[in-house]
Design a protein around this ligand. Structure first.
Ligand code: TRP
Length: 335
């Protein structure tokens, strides 16, 4: 039996950080052998906020590709591809947009949060509509599972609605994907989400000393000023990171923090060391790809061809279902 398919991915607006790792990257690495895994580098979605600086995309697309490979994605098993180079995603976006009410998009909580963060008032058409395009990202290859952080849940709900509506309007050709809810990592500043734009992130490619420096700046329990002040781990960013990355130490750390038996400085050093143990092999693999940019481009090229091939098959069925398959052209035959 054919493996079920995963589709997930990221906007290339810079390098990937530990928030991406916890929310999605570690899961795609763990599942890549059990699922046929498609990883989208969503450059069109990046343009919804960065349309004024498209010249950064050639670099950022490759940074995100390298972050995935460095994190352990095996290019012989998984498919990494570039969104803008798969025209079927754009076509599907247009078809879906015919039956998605604008008010549904306006009320999407993730759109609202992002618009507020960016200070957008009069929303751009592409920004407001990117959840529709994300539905196309997921469905063009008939993905079954989408491992993403909680903030993406509204987009996945919309995708499921679009699939159901399409299948009922035309013919049951699309696959309704399941979500796989994963964790969201708070930022170093204690802000709800680690993010590049909030400048509270540790990058997968940060050197070891940079990780130590950033962990030292992390916000801790404000009630702890001296080493033996009693701690409240439930409000401490560093404690939440230990829970995420250093589970084995938590049973010892929690009572020690509460009783003021471990200082924040030592607690942070233990975290930085543990993060560096996680990141060392990732940095090593990245060094190889940094030295071999042609290998990265070849992986993206092969992945994008495979994605186009899947998209071509799906679009043929979609157009047939919609009765807009007027005549065939010799130039667009799936392999
Ligand atoms: N919106 C996602 C993010 O900001 C990126 C993304 C684009 C995505 N297309 C996707 C995630 C499809 C999962 C599936 O991180």
């Amino acid at each position: 039996m054919a493996k079920k398919r995963i589709l997930t991915g990221d906007r290339p607006t810079g390098k990937l950080h530990l928030g991406h790792y916890v929310g999605s990257v570690k899961h795609r690495v763990a599942l890549q052998h059990d699922y046929d895994t498609f990883i989208i580098i969503a450059d069109v979605q990046a343009l919804t906020t960065n349309w004024e600086t498209p010249e950064q995309l050639p670099r950022d697309v490759r940074e995100v590709a390298k972050d995935n490979l460095a994190a352990g994605i095996d290019p012989n098993v998984a498919t990494i591809f570039v969104q803008s180079m798969v025209p079927q995603i754009a076509e599907l976006t247009v078809f879906y947009s015919m039956f998605v009410p604008v008010n549904v998009l306006r009320h999407n909580p993730t759109i609202k949060t992002e618009a507020a963060q960016k200070g957008y008032k009069d929303l751009m058409y592409g920004f407001l509509g990117y959840p529709v395009s994300q539905a196309a990202d997921i469905t063009f290859c008939k993905a079954h599972l989408v491992p993403v952080g909680k903030d993406q849940a509204p987009h996945l709900e919309l995708t499921r609605k679009i699939v159901r509506r399409f299948n009922e309007l035309y013919a049951p050709v699309l696959v309704e994907p399941e979500s796989m809810e994963t964790g969201v990592l708070v930022g170093l500043d204690g802000n709800a989400k680690m993010s590049k734009s909030l400048d509270n992130a540790i990058y997968l490619s940060d050197p070891a000393e940079e990780v130590v420096r950033k962990v030292k700046t992390a916000v801790t329990d404000p009630a702890r000023i001296r080493k033996n002040d009693l701690g409240h781990p439930e409000v401490c960013t560093v404690f939440s990171y230990h829970k995420e990355f250093n589970q084995a130490f938590v049973a010892e750390l929690e009572p020690a923090c509460r009783k003021g038996e471990i200082g924040c400085v030592e607690c942070k050093m233990r975290l930085a060391n543990c993060l560096n143990e996680l990141l060392d092999p990732i940095r090593d693999r990245r060094a190889y790809y940094d030295e071999h940019p042609e290998v990265v481009d070849e992986i993206l090229r092969a992945g994008t061809e495979r994605a186009i091939n899947e998209g071509t098959k799906t679009l043929a069925q979609v157009k047939e279902a919609m009765k807009i398959d007027y005549f065939s052209l010799d130039t667009v035959k799936p392999k």
